[in-house]
Structures are given as C-alpha cells and as structure tokens.
Design a protein around this ligand. Structure first.
Ligand code: DSN
Length: 414
C-alpha cells in the first residue's frame, strides 16, 4: 500500500493494524471469512471508477465495453454454480437484495412471513425496526420450544391463516439444515412467492455441503462474503419467469449504479467456488463445526438444538453462569472473535443475551482442522473460568496468536 501510505498515513496505518488484528486473532463470527488475495485485488481495481446504471447492453452511460463483459461473466458463473435460470449480481449486499425481492412482489401493507429475529431470522425478514417490518405486515414463525428446530407446523398454520404474499426461509443464527421443500409446499398451497435468503450457507450450497434451495424457491437471495468467501456484495438467483420483475426492482427500483469492482470480485469468488478445492473446503467447514460442537459439549457447554449441521454453533453460556456479552468480550481479549447472540426464547435483552454465536468458515479457510477445534474448545472453557482475569486471558491470547501464526489467513498481509 505504498501510495496509500504516502497520501494518507493515518488510514494506511489503521489498515495495517487491521491486517495484524486479523492475522493474530481467530475469526469465529460465522458470517465472516477471509477473501482470497485475488478477490481483494479485483475489489481494489479501477472498475470502481465506472458508472453502469442498467444491465449489459442496456446501459445509460457510454464506455461499458469492459464492464458488460465483467457483469455477464459474473451472471454466467452464478447460474452455472448454483444451477439457477437467472441471476442478478448488482445488489449492494444482502439487505438490499431482500428489499428488492419484496419490492418486486409485494406492495406496502402486504403480509410477509419470516423467521423471528430472536429465533435466528434476519432483520430484513420482517423485524419491526427494519423497513421490512414497518412497510409490510410481518408474520413471524418461530422455533419449536423443545427441539429448537424451525416449527414447520407453526409456519404452515400461520401461512394458512394470514396468506402471506411472500414466505422467506433462511436464517442468521440457525445451526440446522432447513427443509426447503416444506416451505415450498406451504408457499404453493397459499399461493405465496417463496424466497430463500441463503446468505449464511451459500458457500455450503455451492460446495454441496448443504441442500440447495435453488430448485424449490422462486427466488434466492444471498450475500457473497460469508461462507461463499467473496467480496462484500449480494446476488439474487431466480426462475426466468421472475427475472424481469426482480431486475426492475434492483434497478431502477432500488439502486443506482452497480459497484463494478465488486461485481468483478464476485465473478472471481464464483470461479474459486466452482473448484474441487472449494467443495472440500465446504465439507471441511461442516466437519470442523460438528467436531467443535462435540468438543464444546464434552467441556460442559450447552448448545442450542444440541449441535450443528452447518457452519454455525449457538452456545447458551448463561447455563454456565455468565452472559453472552461479557463472555464474547472476554473471548475477544483472548484472541477469539465471536459475537454475543440471543438464544431461542431468551429471557435476556439483545444487548446482553444468554448466548454467543460462532462458526468455522474462517478457521477452515486458514486450514485448521480437528486438532485446532479441540484447542479452541479448551480455550473457550478457560475463558469461561477467567472472564475477568486479564492475566489468564492474555496468556490464552498469546497461545491463540501462536496458532494463528502457523495458519496464516489468505489475503492478510503482515
Ligand atoms: N450481519 C450478518 C450476520 O452476521 O449474520 C447478517 O446480516
């Protein structure tokens, strides 16, 4: 970053400090990952200089000879990787992608149905503080109180009663496989648009480590930077018959010019995700998560739903006498970066809930495997006993740092 260091040493220094932080600490936030150096190069390219409102061969500005090819390539790769009939690669991220889908199919006040935020859904699945809960009429299904799996009976009953215009499946804090067919059947019965937000699991779907929603859903939204390991961005996959409405909702309905540098980096990530190496990576994410879940249980941790089928683990730390926020903060001081999170039916407030949310996409990208998951469970147990003991946390931090040095993260320059 020679030029940056000359022009703006403060920002250059902060970016370098972030490189060091990312190198020394272990990324356990399940929605984060380490993009490859190739993805980062495309993100930082001259494509950022170009405006391209519209779609390939139908733009409002001249000079699109190269950008049209970039976007067409990204679309072709998205369609091929996920077996989708159509793709829009312009959404700025997951929330705009979801909003575009609502805008394509719903009018203000229409009933929409999604998983409640405090049961693992996303803000944009109709939560009250989001535009999606304010401008539409949200119907929220929940998890079953005993199994902590999606309550498919409740979802069906609510759909029959309220006849939502759109049913959203997908989650940000759900450790189990989602039965997309069950949703598709209900959507068909009540004549709703069926949308899956697969942001968290897109990389697992691409790598064959989670069933794909693409054959069953009318529309599938995703971010591109979670398990899929691309740049910060979004995509919408859809049946051909819905492409016109969705494309129109993205532009001109919701957005202006697409971020062409991001589109190029998405194309790179999709190419990477179509390799056998990526398939092995996706399988390994799940293998690591399952092993970590078993190690944590052996240490006495309480896991929501008793384990995991995907990349994500929700731990109810309140059962061990500490709450989510101080525990997540102590973990961070020990070099283990997760986030505090509500657990289903949490009696505690979202700012200091009962649990933490963690996942294995980042550790797996660094090449970690079962032995490292065992170390991680031991460290988490030691953190639990030392939430306010700074000396003990510092000792763990140095051990984490040593392990991270042996497993450098791609794209991180120290
Ligand atoms: N912030 C993302 C997550 O962590 O799951 C969802 O938007």
């Amino acid at each position: 970053m020679k030029h940056l260091a000359d022009v703006d040493p403060e920002i250059a220094s902060l970016i370098q400090q972030e490189n060091v932080r990312q190198h020394e600490k272990l990324r356990l936030i399940p929605s984060e990952n380490y993009a490859s150096a190739a993805v980062l190069e495309a993100t930082g390219s001259v494509l950022t200089n170009k405006y391209s409102e519209g779609y390939a061969n139908k733009r409002y500005y001249e000079g699109q000879q190269i950008v049209d090819q970039v976007e067409t390539l990204a679309i072709q790769r998205a369609k091929a990787l996920f077996g989708s009939e159509s793709a829009n690669v312009q959404p700025y991220s997951g929330s705009p992608a979801n909003l575009a889908v609502y805008y394509a199919f719903c009018r203000p006040g229409d009933p929409i149905m999604g998983l409640a935020l405090d049961h693992g859904g996303h803000l944009t699945h109709g939560w009250g503080v989001s535009i999606t809960g304010d401008f539409f009429t949200p119907i929220r299904y929940q998890l079953h109180p005993e199994t902590h799996l999606i309550d498919y009976d409740m979802m069906r009953d609510l759909a029959r009663k309220h006849r939502p215009k759109l049913i959203m499946a997908g989650a940000t804090a759900y450790p189990r496989i989602i039965d997309f067919q069950a949703f598709a059947d209900v959507a068909k019965e009540v004549d709703a648009v069926f949308c899956v937000d697969m942001a968290h699991i897109a990389g697992l779907v691409a790598g064959g480590a989670h069933p794909s929603p693409v054959p069953m859903a009318h529309v599938v939204t995703t971010t591109t930077h979670k398990t899929l390991r691309g740049p910060r961005g979004g995509m919408i996959l859809m049946k051909k018959s819905h492409a016109k409405a969705v494309n129109k909702a993205v532009f001109p309905g919701l957005q202006g010019g697409p971020h062409n540098h991001t589109t190029a980096a998405i194309a790179v990530a999709l190419k990477e995700a179509s390799t056998d190496d990526f398939k092995a990576y996706a399988r390994k994410i799940v293998e690591n998560a399952k092993h970590l879940a078993e190690c944590l249980k052996a240490k006495g941790f309480h896991l929501v739903s008793g384990g995991t089928d995907n990349h994500l683990i929700l731990v109810d730390v309140s059962k061990r006498g500490v709450t989510g926020k101080p525990y997540a903060k102590a973990m961070d001081r020990a070099g283990l970066v997760a986030n505090y999170n509500t657990v289903p039916f949490d009696p505690r407030p979202p700012m200091d809930p009962s649990g933490i949310r963690m996942g294995t996409p980042g550790a797996t990208t660094r090449g970690m495997g079962k032995p490292e998951m065992e170390k991680l469970a031991s460290w988490m147990d030691r953190v639990l006993a030392n939430v306010e003991n700074e000396d003990a946390l510092e000792k763990i931090r140095l051990e984490v740092k040593e392990l991270c040095a042996a497993f450098p993260a791609p794209g991180v320059v120290v």
